[in-house]
Design a protein around this ligand. Sequence first.
Ligand SMILES: *Cc1c(COP(=O)(O)O)cnc(C)c1O
Length: 335
Amino acid sequence: MIDLRSDTVTRPGEAMLSAMLTAETGDDVYGDDPTVNALEAEIAHRSGKQAALFLPTGTQANLVALLCHCNRGEEYIVGQLAHNYKYEAGGAAVLGSIQPQPILQERDGTLPLATVEQFIKPDDIHFAITRLLSLENTFNGKVLPLSYLEQAWDFTRQHDLALHIDGARIFNAAVTLGLPLEALARYADSLSICLSKGLGAPIGSLLCGSQQFIQRARRWRQMTGGGMRQAGILAAAGLYALEHNVARLQHDHDNAAWLAEELKAAGVAVSRQDTNMVFIKLPQAQIAPLKEWLKQRDILVSTGEVTRLVTHLDIDRRALENVVDAWREFLQLYG
Ligand SMILES: *Cc1c(COP(=O)(O)O)cnc(C)c1O
């Protein structure tokens, strides 16, 4: 199967499985799992933060972060299309009585700070209390400019807001910029990171922040049902991923760039390629037959209003050559 639907579809390879199999474990709710502790220490070090927490999912990491930053009746300013506004089932509102204040992202994934400023509520009994600015990096594959992160950081210091970065794919951004994680993480009070996307672990996310923040986060993780016991078998996959699968993200980016060029050359309307994602605007009539055509050739894609192809560690250049060939054949018959 050539699965281009997402970078979440990767399966652990033999070396990762072997690391999981031989992991030292203990009861992590007691703080006794040495592998979880090692993973948390490793990402705290890499992000330049005091502490970190291992959670089952990115959704829970973002939720816990919001619960730490905002109390009931407080709000966070967030992108209209941000994962932690649109795609997390309204968890912060449901479980935290936290009000989101969404504003439209720019195409490059930034939230214009002049607009953010307009939405910061004055101290007035009618209004929720604005506490947090939440950014996403990468956003739809786009790397937020470092200069913007710096401006957003200064802006939040001036306005007494905290800054959270949903960095599900922040390593794709770091690799693109050729910078260590710390160089991006320094512009955030808290940062969530997915191990289960481009990094290729089967499960797991990390939340980084100050000692005090992570202590609070640990309680919220417990309350939201995320306290895991011998989680070292999962953390071992995360440690393996951090050690072996970060620098190689560049291959995914190169593969996505190659795929975009080849499809363009074949006459496909590629609208954009960033990091490991290619976005295509298909003619309406092609959507269903193309999906079926590719599926019959063991190629899975998410088609729709915009079709998104995602490269990852289970996709090599050979696989992409097959995709381009299949697509060309399709266009010869239906194009
Ligand atoms: C995938 C993703 C998440 C959530 O991660 P899960 O582990 O699927 O819950 C959060 N934010 C962004 C930007 C993501 O892409």
